[in-house]
Design a protein around this ligand. Sequence first.
Ligand code: ATP
Length: 586
Amino acid sequence: MKYSSIAEAYEKIEATTKRLEMTDYLVEILKETPTSLIDKVVYLTQGKLYPDFVGIEIGIAEKLAVRAVARSAGHREKDIEEDMQKTGDLGETTQKFMKKKTQATFFSVPLTVERVYETLDKMANSTGSGSVDLKLSLLAGLLSDASPSEAKYIVRTVTGSLRLGIADMTVLDALAVAFGGGKETREQLERAYNISSDLGRVAKLVAEEGIERIKQFKVLPGEPIRPMLAERLSSSAEILEKLGGKCRAEYKYDGERIQAHKKKDEVILFSRRLENITDQYPDGVEYIRKHVKAEEAIVEAEAVAVDPETGEMKPFQELMHRRRKYGIKEAMEEHPITLFMFDVLYVDGKDLTLQPYPVRHRYLEKIIEQTDNVKVAESTIAENPEQLEQFFETTVESGSEGIICKSVNEDSVYQAGARGWLWIKYKRDYRSEMTDTLDLVVVGAFHGRGKRAGTYGAFLLAAYDPDKDVFETVTKVGTGFTDADLEKLPKMLNKHKISHKHPRVDSTLDVDVWFEPAVVIETRGAEITLSPIHTCAMNVIRKESGLAMRFPRFTGKYRVDKSAEDATTTQELVEMYRSQLKKIDG
Ligand code: ATP
């Protein structure tokens, strides 16, 4: 398959702002792709070579890419850099310089997708001494045979700035139409994706074997399952009503969510965002190996930092000491963890994701050997609001941020990748005057003035609407930031800087700097109000009004464990607004 077909599709996708058109272009290109290549084309359109959990990134530094472009276009690095200052995008600059070159020469062998993929893969996998030179010559070689437009996309891909804005959900829509037999098969494809987290594999399977094969898709140890998430309510009575009068209420631990996969002696740990974090928790690996009594299993736990002196639980922030490459051993001794196990999704050949929670819980109790550092999450069965309230009070007294109430009905399956009403969280702060904290995505920023000159003064924050797959603005935040935060934030954000509003951001406000949705921060406000300028839930509650958070503050917590699509959703904000009204009325 010619790489030019892909580059042409990219050009079209980039030119549209409509998600439906984007899907149509994707369908076209997928249909054109030989089935043996489908997975690779899917990864490439998302700027990747593998699913995220594999953890292999192409990651070529911009400087190296500039050298490769200079070499293959026959120009000085300085010229390329100067032009890049103007365009703000090495891709565009590359295209320009390659055009100049093609006026003089003409290229002979057309690039194939296979060759591009294999070369990028070699680059991604080359490490150690000599790897820089190897990467440089591989990239320059590719670029020399590329057309200007192809060169633009190759350069963007290798520097991690492809940003076509094609979300997983858009790919699933396209797969349903291209190979599933129609839009209605999207749900089955989504389930397969939710339990494998591998869009490429799902794509290839449906293209090669059809939708029937997708319906039989099962979980597999080693492939992370997208996490099930909880809705929220603010009273015991409401919760029980929603769950049919009975639930298992569990202590909500404040740590890091871990999905552990055990395959005999091998143990892999995945984070909430499904990154492979095995290396951060050698102690966790050992606990799973020894105390999960099954040959193969997938279990979920909250890893909580405990005080080695007193055994008391410490807040989430303490686990940040584990997010590093070196010095893990020291961090492990200073900040030991306890694993609180709360679900099991697979045991020795049995996929449990479609089993009701009581069945899964029985398995959990059976396979977990409890020790000081490995425990099954504390819980109780509650059948009336008083019982539930009492459990809530005791957990809060012992320092928990609240409880998670889980359905025990027949249909209480593990809803991979979804925030639903089978799990409902009930937190301490829902009961205070303040609304709950919101995890919002930074989509834009305003330059600072006065004391904040030279850094950012305020940020435009957005919630996520999974139905529309867009980010809708909710508030502008400028308080709660320490000097250290103001120094750190530009470093975190500038990698995501773009020259225009991101196609998946919906905003009526203009800002000084736009970002692609990536960085998530926790904020707390005084209340949620109707607003004509913010686009969150526009026209949902009232015509021409969206929802906004008033008096927002940054809480100091960077939700590095969340991707932009894990941010608080528009639908959650609507719920919060409604329950706030109820409280005022009541
Ligand atoms: P939050 O910011 O409140 O942690 P979240 O968006 O990360 O929310 P939710 O699904 O809303 O995730 O809340 C559930 C989270 O609580 C899980 O992701 C998990 O990390 C944590 N947790 C702690 N104890 C439990 C438990 N017993 N059962 C399930 N999840 C638990």
